[in-house]
Design a protein around this ligand. Sequence first.
Ligand SMILES: Cc1ncc(COP(=O)(O)O)c(C=O)c1O
Length: 415
Amino acid sequence: MTLPFHGMSGDEVLAQIDEYKAADVRWREGRAFSLVYSAGDEVQAVAEAAYRALGAENGLNTDAFPSLRRIQQEVVDIAAVWLRAGPEAAGFLTSGGTESLLMAVKAARERGRKERGITHPNVVLPTSAHAAFEKGCYYFGVESRRVPVRDDWRADVAAMEAALDENTVLVVGSAPQYPQGVIDPIPEIAALAAARDINCHVDACIGGVTLTYMRMLGDDVPPWDFSVPGVTSISVDLHKYGYTAKGASVILHSDKRRRAYQTFVTDNWLGGLYGSSAMLGSKSGGPWAAAWAVMHHLGDEGYLRLTKAARLAAVQLADAVDATPELQLVARPDATLVSFRGATGADLDIFAVADSLWQKGWYVDRQGPPSSLHCTVNAIHEGRIDAFVADLRVSIAEVMSSVTNGARGAYGTID
Ligand SMILES: Cc1ncc(COP(=O)(O)O)c(C=O)c1O
């Protein structure tokens, strides 16, 4: 494509984008079990209006935009209450879970280098921890020591302990981990860190909001937050179960000293003193404003309602999978992530099932090992699980009676 010499009108470009979107998954109708989290049109409208209000403003330097400094501080303060952090806790907004996890790795590496002179740092983490840790290790020159999980998919703490050595700067647990949706034994993992005075990051990117409100709803949630001794940082994504616009996550450290290892400062160029809190330089105030607005619009009451809806839908889906002879749950979900595969002996190509679902307009994630499908169930799925399960069963029947193989797919985009 080349740029037109004469520009198009605003209406024309928007109409063109609408045309481009025609084949996209219809997430507003609850057809996406991945990538988009929706609390409905009204919340979406609040997010979009707030995004517009501060979209051009730049969070790189909040001196010029006290609004953004205030918004960041207030959002981080609210997250600190969710995560039951102490008064010393300090954090930043980032662009998402990946950036928060990158910063957890970077902060641990810096701390190891400055406080203990570690030049060949490593991170000990379960095989279930998110791929963004791998990216962080790669970007920041840290060795990733992946430790196989237990049969119940939770972190194997004894095996993690065996993998630690004097160069370990960080141990990781997830609440819950993405692939199978179960919560790692955070107190035991954090105890490994506390005994050695190293960092322990809890990845609550996907679970931080949900687990907070599940506890308030009276569910039995295992310990995972700053109330656990030894936890030094936690990430929670607002653009997931906070139901706000893409581009918003919080990374919170137990104190300012630990947070200081996250920031980057230099004056080694001709442009003066440069400081930045995370990976990005210029960053739109839009996602920050949208996060602040949606959080205040929903309030605790809204999050309780949405969490209850998402959790009930997840349990309903898990029960339906259990009741489908050709399928089996990979794990019973601790929160709202449901993963399932072909039942032992069913000889079902589970990725072909995903292909067939996509032809029917449903988007689910494919993952492995083991080869399985993954549904990120959220509030938009309330009242829609029956329709999904009906199509899922039709897809299974179609796949069982055909010989096509399904595509493995990828979690992210490769091309
Ligand atoms: C547990 C967990 N951590 C981190 C991430 C990465 O988040 P993002 O896609 O916002 O970068 C995800 C994404 O689903 C996740 O589930």
